[in-house]
Design a binder for this molecule. Sequence first.
Ligand SMILES: Cc1ncc(COP(=O)(O)O)c(C=O)c1O
Length: 433
Amino acid sequence: VRASNSIALSVERLIKGAEVHPGDQLPTIRDLAAALSVSPTTVAAAYRELRHRGLAHSEGRRGTLINDQPSTAALNGLPPPEGVRNLATGSPDPSLVPNLSEVLGKLRLEPVSYGGPVSLQALIDIVRVQFSADGIPGDALTVVSGALDGIERTLSAHLRPGDRVLLEDPCFSRTLALARSLALVPVPVRTDDEGPLPDMVAAALAGGASAFVVTPRAHNPTGAALTVERAQQLQAVLSDHPALVLVEDDHASLVAGAPAVSLVPGWPGHWAVVRSFSKAMGPDVRLAVVAGDTITVDRVERRHALGPGWVAHILQAATAWLLADPATAQLLRKASATYAERRAALLGALAERGIEAHGVSGLNVWVPVAHESRATQHLLHAGWAVHPGEYCRISSPPGVRITIATLAVDEAPALADALADDGPPARSHTPFA
Ligand SMILES: Cc1ncc(COP(=O)(O)O)c(C=O)c1O
């Protein structure tokens, strides 16, 4: 084993063994080289390897620091104790997603073997029509295993460790963790209810960036949805940066409760819109369709073909069947309307108590709080599990995310009371600042 690899491996073992912790500073290159009697180049190579693995980052004069690497279990939160209502999941209401066991028996599945088409034409045809109805070019499409898979593959197709990526702040915890684990440098962009703030995007771009990941609707955790006006303002800002890779995370698609507004039309550079069906059909569908420029889609598809090969046509056929089924369309309309009603119930109850909250679309409501851990504990004692904003934030202020997917309208006042009991609300500030 090369000496640099073995140093990097030792540090990784120390991290796994919790002997070094997030934020800990590694010795300077010179000190460690002297202590181990190796050359500084060897230690520098080890530190570079740690950065490329997403285990550490460098911070100028502060040297090389250990990254926080929350496990997916930590990001999802522990299952709450019995009797506590779990509003921490971010998941859709199971009673508002189609019953897949009913669907599977109705599918006519052709045998699929190696070397066959990776995408099911019936699915591609339906989603192409959807995209074009939304003004998003659907000439090049490919099928992947969910929104985050599409985002990871798009970022990997274009970016390298150390590249800067603009992320909404706050943003989906797994997107932030994914960017870090790809050794990308997240650059926060503040948002309000209409999406990223153009001035903040301009300022972030001035520092250099290779990609921008935007959640056009059902933003997690704030519920923001791009308006047409905001999209135009953002397009004007972005037009000076045609080398930027634009990635749109349309994770809630058909049940987002807001129209598809996109920054992509007219974009001259590389882009991907990842439309997932995890929220509409249930997370276990594990399927998203990526639209993009031909180079991006080609890179994503070629790389996917070498690993997983393709997304099971069982899933593609089930999704295509559901998308063509009038009863499913009706269920999804009901789901969107129900989520809207549940958001409105909670936002209304909070407003009555003078508590600021956000959620114009999607499955979540974001409530700025003074202290996340206190608010989360307080709510847990009152019988409600919510998601602390900690893992969603880069430099934006604290808040809690409440998944309203299953929150009955008549539960909203009790939940709002519990939040009001937590003490004075965080001082009102927009945008989430
Ligand atoms: C913003 C956002 N993106 C992506 C996902 C995950 O989508 P998928 O299951 O399709 O990977 C979620 C899930 O909650 C999300 O909130």
